[in-house]
Design a protein around this ligand. Structure first.
Ligand SMILES: [Zn+2]
Ligand SMILES: [Zn+2]
Length: 344
């Protein structure tokens, strides 16, 4: 079988490797059907991600077909069934794991980061990480993982029906947050510097799209009768943008940070207190896969709009390079394993 190995900064090699060996206890052999390329994959590939550690097999947004079941599996899944993979491995022992918040486990391991991920034809996966996707096409099912990230963000803030949510950044995660907000019945305004992304956001249901170069504060004020959106979600990680959320959000509002930066972000304490704001950090997701799969099923056409590239394993490197140079062209790229006689 073939596996795409990131061997060094900006170097990916397609290698012929042996099929996975014997199943361990509770493991399932999965043939990978599709694997999305995430923004964090760009960082890992560039060696800029703190967890870049070569050689590695990337890809944490993937689905596959069950090929065989190991000893100690429950019988929940049948051979031939398509499943999405939850890529998080918590230790089960630390404080967050004991609280059920394994997404921020102090020894968290991720498939596609610490352990080999979906940029290969097959792998052994623990059955407990699998979620049934029914008849969803592979590319759409692979989007369940980014949808879990989006659901975690909107649920951290307790977004509710009829609320006005402002999402900053219309990359794949920003657009997924737009869909997750709609899933909960909220109305969404979204901004970006890339105009092409705003057209896409409008097509998938944004009530208001804003060029980030324009006067977004005035536009959002007009949209909310002068109050400001009650929830602002940052999907950029840009410190000045996160800082601006404090001024934009309504009094008694909530801010959610999903985008990551290693820089410090100074926040004005007087405004935070005057408005009595709540700031939520949101990391990965906890028990969101079932609902994420329902959401991508409902928003199947919209997810199809977000996916701009279907590629083979051998095209990943050049697609990442293209995405880095032209974010207006590559929104979400998905590796699809096209097999003779198989369906995707
Ligand atoms: Zn991701
Ligand atoms: Zn833990």
């Amino acid at each position: 079988m073939q596996a795409l190995v990131t061997t060094d900064i900006r170097v990916m090699e397609l290698r012929d490797t042996a099929l996975p060996g014997e199943h361990g206890e509770g493991q399932v052999l999965l043939q990978v059907d599709a694997a999305g390329i995430c923004g964090s994959d760009y960082g890992l590939y560039l060696g800029k991600h703190p967890l870049s550690n070569f050689p590695m097999i990337q890809g944490h947004e993937f689905c596959g077909t069950v090929k065989s079941l190991g000893p100690g599996t429950s019988g929940r899944f049948a051979v031939g069934e398509r499943v999405a993979v939850e890529p998080l491995l918590g230790c089960g022992k630390c404080q967050p794991c004991r609280l059920g918040r394994y997404n921020c486990c102090i020894e968290l391991k991720l498939l596609g980061v610490h352990e080999p991920g979906g940029f290969q034809e097959a792998l052994l996966v623990e059955e407990r990480l699998l979620h049934p996707v029914g008849d969803l096409p592979a590319d759409i099912a692979a989007f369940a993982e980014p949808m879990t990230i989006a659901l975690q963000a909107v649920k951290r803030a307790g977004v509710s029906e009829g609320e006005k949510v402002y999402v900053i950044g219309a990359g794949p995660i920003g657009l997924a947050i737009l869909l997750a907000s709609r899933w909960l019945g909220a109305e969404v305004a979204i901004s970006d510097l890339v105009v092409h992304r705003l057209d896409k956001a409008r097509r998938i249901g944004a009530a208001l799209v804003l060029d980030a170069r324009d006067d977004v504060v005035t536009a959002l004020g007009a949209w909310t009768d002068g109050e400001g959106p009650s929830v602002v979600i940052d999907a950029t990680g840009v410190p000045s943008v996160i800082r601006s959320a404090v001024d934009i959000v309504a009094a008694a509002g909530r801010i959610v940070t999903v985008g990551i930066s290693t820089a410090d972000v100074p926040l004005p304490l007087a405004t935070l207190i005057r408005k009595e704001l709540t700031v939520y950090a949101s990391r990965n997701s906890v028990r969101m896969f079932g609902e994420a799969i329902e959401a991508v099923r409902r928003f199947r056409a919209e997810v199809g709009e977000i996916i701009t590239h279907h590629i083979g394993l051998s095209d990943v490197q050049q697609t990442i390079e293209l995405a880095l140079e032209r974010p207006d062209i590559v929104e979400k790229a998905v590796v699809v394993f096209d097999r003779a006689g198989g369906t995707t």
